[in-house]
Design a protein around this ligand. Structure first.
Ligand SMILES: [Zn+2]
Length: 326
């Protein structure tokens, strides 16, 4: 397993009191360190972790899902000093490097899993910010500058010939940007479970794709207050529905942890161990169908303690899934 992180994530500052703060990155990295996961993974039997620094995504990689003019606009905005891109989404000069590396981390994860035929790396966890799933082809949104997971999916298809990529987005919020990018593309199955109706407004069950992509988007809207058991049951059912008609070569996870019970933006009630169990359910189902591995990328999660414990539970599951199968 690889943990792909970036010191640049510590420098993408947001205004005082903003929920998507530099403290989020520190809380995940500290929790991973305290769990022994940054020191070779000895805390988990058979654990084998390498921690690597993310590289920057190239402009060509970003242009696989974003308009080149948009990439240039974000660069100029950051270099000129930054500020508010919209009422939610902010940047400082250092945000440019952080955003490039947040997207680059996902590409790197894809390279580890798909890059060599004999790769022993089956799982990667990208601990980076800014998050990505709200970013649209030519617009920032919801704390996101570039769509990290979408860039990873595009590289998996274009460079590594992955015919089918499954994106699982269990962030509290619907990944409007990811859905929009692949809405007409049957090579990418986008599955999101999210609170609904809720910000950003997209993600009804009726949104299922368009044209050649019809049937390759699956939204699982959850009303506020949906119980933990019900969320887990509906998640499993959705995975089975996907597995019946789509055998992915690669899974990407938009790993937001804001469905945790303690999350201040949430209204739902998962516990840290749910993120571990959902990781197993997902990976075990598709790995036996020939999927090469799982690349997970941090999205939301705004209670610092819950974010840390959930990320550790998720990372431990990814680590044990990386172990060679008998
Ligand atoms: Zn979220």
């Amino acid at each position: 397993m690889r943990i792909v992180c970036s010191e640049s994530s510590r420098l993408h500052r947001t205004p005082q009191g903003h929920p998507e703060s530099i403290a989020r990155y520190a809380s995940v990295m500290d929790a991973l360190a305290n769990a022994g996961l940054l020191a070779g993974g000895s805390a988990v039997p058979g654990g084998d972790i390498e921690v690597v620094q993310a590289r920057a995504a190239t402009k060509e990689e970003l242009a696989s899902v974003h308009k080149p003019e948009y990439v240039g606009r974000i660069e100029r905005f950051c270099v000129a000093g930054g500020g508010a891109l919209d009422p939610d989404t902010h940047a400082v000069p250092e945000s440019w490097e952080a955003a490039l590396k947040a997207a680059g981390a996902c590409v790197q994860g894809v390279e580890y899993v798909l890059g060599q035929a004999d790769s022993k790396v089956r799982t990667a966890f990208c601990v980076v910010r800014p998050p990505g799933h709200h970013a649209r082809p030519a617009a920032p949104k919801g704390f996101c500058l570039f769509n990290n997971v979408a860039v990873g999916a595009a590289v998996a298809i274009q460079r590594f010939g992955a015919e089918r990529v499954l994106i699982v987005d269990w962030d509290l919020h619907h990944g409007n940007g990811t859905q929009e990018i692949f809405y007409e593309d049957p090579r990418v199955f986008y599955f999101s479970m999210h609170r609904w109706p809720f910000w950003p407004g997209t993600g009804s069950a009726a949104e299922t794709g368009r044209g050649a992509g019809k049937g390759f988007t699956l939204n699982l809207p959850l009303a506020a207050g949906t119980t933990r058991g019900e969320i887990r049951r509906r998640f499993r059912e959705a995975l089975e529905e996907i597995a019946a008609r789509f055998a992915p070569r690669l899974i990407l996870i938009s790993a937001g942890f804001d469905m945790h019970r303690a999350d201040p933006l949430g209204g739902l009630s998962l516990e840290a161990e749910d993120y571990s169990e959902m990781t197993y359910e997902l990976a075990e189902l598709f790995l036996k169908m020939g999927c090469a591995g799982v690349v997970s990328s941090l999205e939301g999660g705004y209670d610092l303690a819950a974010l840390g414990s959930s990320a550790v539970a998720h990372a431990k599951a990814l680590l044990s899934l990386n172990a060679p199968r008998a």
